[in-house]
Design a protein around this ligand. Structure first.
Ligand SMILES: CC(C)(COP(=O)(O)OP(=O)(O)OC[C@H]1O[C@@H](n2cnc3c(N)ncnc32)[C@H](O)[C@@H]1OP(=O)(O)O)[C@@H](O)C(=O)NCCC(=O)NCCS
Length: 157
């Protein structure tokens, strides 16, 4: 596996909008169609969308960025591994790449947050296994749960 996060350009836009969520997972996403998500991209100038590629093969899509008012607070509004590429380790490898990318950003990020549907147990397993923790107590009616990964590492002597 040789995973890369390629920023979306005119050249790979077609491959990005061809990334599809599996039918049984669509209900977990507010915007399951990549084309719809990208159509709204200009409204979020501090976020960048990426095609996730294994060598020459597009396998997924992810969007990442910091909030406009706080460059230390990052979030990931969308992650999709294509329906035919699921369960091959791409989701885990992509998240490791995402975390590495955010850790390397300047100025130093403090937190990476995301929302996850409360019934999306596969994604929750993935995130918690990578160190994300649920943030705050969900209200009864909430469809989505907040997760966050604290990126500050204290150096002790
Ligand atoms: C969640 C998602 C990104 C996972 O991607 P993936 O490439 O299938 O995941 P991986 O193959 O890397 O597997 C990651 C872990 O989840 C487990 N897993 C993946 N699919 C699973 C399934 N259908 N049932 C049970 N476990 C599953 C794997 O066993 C693995 O666990 P392990 O590493 O502890 O053994 C992918 O299913 C997806 O795109 N879902 C739809 C969109 C979505 O839910 N995005 C997240 C929004 S918060």
């Amino acid at each position: 596996m040789q995973l890369r996060l390629d920023p979306i350009t005119a050249e790979n836009w077609g491959a990005a909008v061809a990334i599809e969520v599996a039918d049984d997972q669509r209900r977990f996403l507010t915007t399951p169609a990549v084309a719809d998500f990208l159509a709204d991209d200009a409204a979020h100038p501090t976020f960048t969308s990426y095609l996730i590629c294994d060598g020459a093969t597009p396998v997924g899509f992810v969007s990442l960025g910091h909030t406009p008012l706080d460059t230390a607070e990052w979030s990931m509004p969308l992650l999709i591994i294509d329906r035919v590429q699921r369960r091959r380790g791409y989701g885990r490898a992509a998240m490791e790449g995402v975390i590495g990318h955010v850790r390397g950003a300047l100025p130093a990020p403090r937190v990476l947050g995301l929302l996850c549907h409360r019934h999306n147990v596969v994604a929750q397993h993935l995130y918690t296994s990578l160190g994300f923790a649920q943030a705050g107590a969900p209200e009864d009616g909430d469809a989505e749960l907040k997760f966050r990964l604290d990126l500050f590492t204290e150096t002790s002597t």
